[in-house]
Write a new protein. Sequence first.
Length: 478
Amino acid sequence: MGLEQSERLATICSPRRAGDPWSKRWLPAALAAWLALGAAAAGQARVPGDLNDDGAVDAADRLLMRHLLAENIGLSDVVAANADVNEDGVFRGVDGAWLLLLEPPYRGRLLACAAVDTISTAEADFLLLISGLGELRPARYPAVRYAVEYRTLTPWGGAATATGLLALPGGASGTLPVVSYQHGTVTDRDEAPSRPDSTEGLGAALIYTASGGYAATAPDYLGLGGGPGRHPYLHAATEAAAGIDLLRAARTAAAGYGATLDGPLFLAGYSQGGHATMALHRELEARFGDAWPVTAAAPMAGPYDLSGTMLDYALSQDDYDPMLTVYVSYLLMMITDVYPFAPSPAEMFQPPYDAQMVDLFDGTRTAGEIAAALPSRLADLLLPEFAAAVQADPYHPVRVAAWLNDVYDWRPVSPLRMYHSAGDTVVPIGNAQVALARMTALGAGVDLVVVSDTMGHGDAAIPCLLQSRLWFDSFVSR
């Protein structure tokens, strides 16, 4: 916070004199003006709780709310409409409670739900067969796909708009089992599950809905699909928030189609989706277990140990899959976007690539297109002094940021079974082995299924997805 901002805040927060006659007459007049300003702001983009209109809901807003409720500041110091935190059209004490004490009430609010398409059983059978998933035939239901828009959180705790997929089995009603599917790495926002041509969205609808009768949700994550901004890749907190809040919004949407998303809840995801599944499972059990008890979770081929296994592996390789270079670059861009202590692109990447990173990861290019624009070896992309510093210093800012997004150091209660290939050269199986050892040491009964000794990262996806789906079926009575 700069000197000018500090002085302004000090002026705003200075108490009125006890004898000031306005100290008792300010609130009624302010409320009338508030409602008028709130009505004028209706329909405009806004962030409930962002009183100082800086794009985030943070400590400064909470401080303003405290003084606002104490009648110590005027309307000119805040964005009036944004102080109606619970969006009921009135500013009152409960808004302060939401902002100061409780979880933002706008999380999981359904903003829009639009039909995308319906995959017939015949189409599903054909697509399952050619995808190597013939064991899941015959398809039992047509899969009706919807694009959902909803409210969730930014990395800094403010309100954000995100999108995701809801797939419902056509003709089914009542209480349905639910799978929250977390997709793998995509860099083009149009590859996210809610988009009509997304292979990730198609796969979720085929594997879980058409062949299994599950309702399926698949968050696009922040910054992908219809969400604004750059995607914060492998940011655990927002991966979890996007998944939780889509489940909430999907429950609301499904009720309009005669379905109830109160059945057994399963979590699954591959690659980045494995990381996101771990983050989601951890958050659900820590904070939302009563509303969303997890039946079983299947994280697959995920980089659970970012700060150790993944960074050490990536920085020690000389000849490996060029996609790893893309994924590490994507991670570094998240770190520099989210964490103020992180290095800038110019301090991490060699020229001319340092000046290209923002544009390369703007959400309009596929991973293949980005790989073609970058050297295949990290050693030819990263500044040597930066790479050496990260390798040598366990407290380097990049390692600290990665550690904040590790997702293995916790004790699951619900069944958790990891799937991985020992031949994976993009996300090495060491991630799962570290997670298995730590969770076992904490007293959890977790499993690791090695689907192959030789399959690479891409090839192992089908057996992982197939085996995990059949495992989920064992929990659901038919």
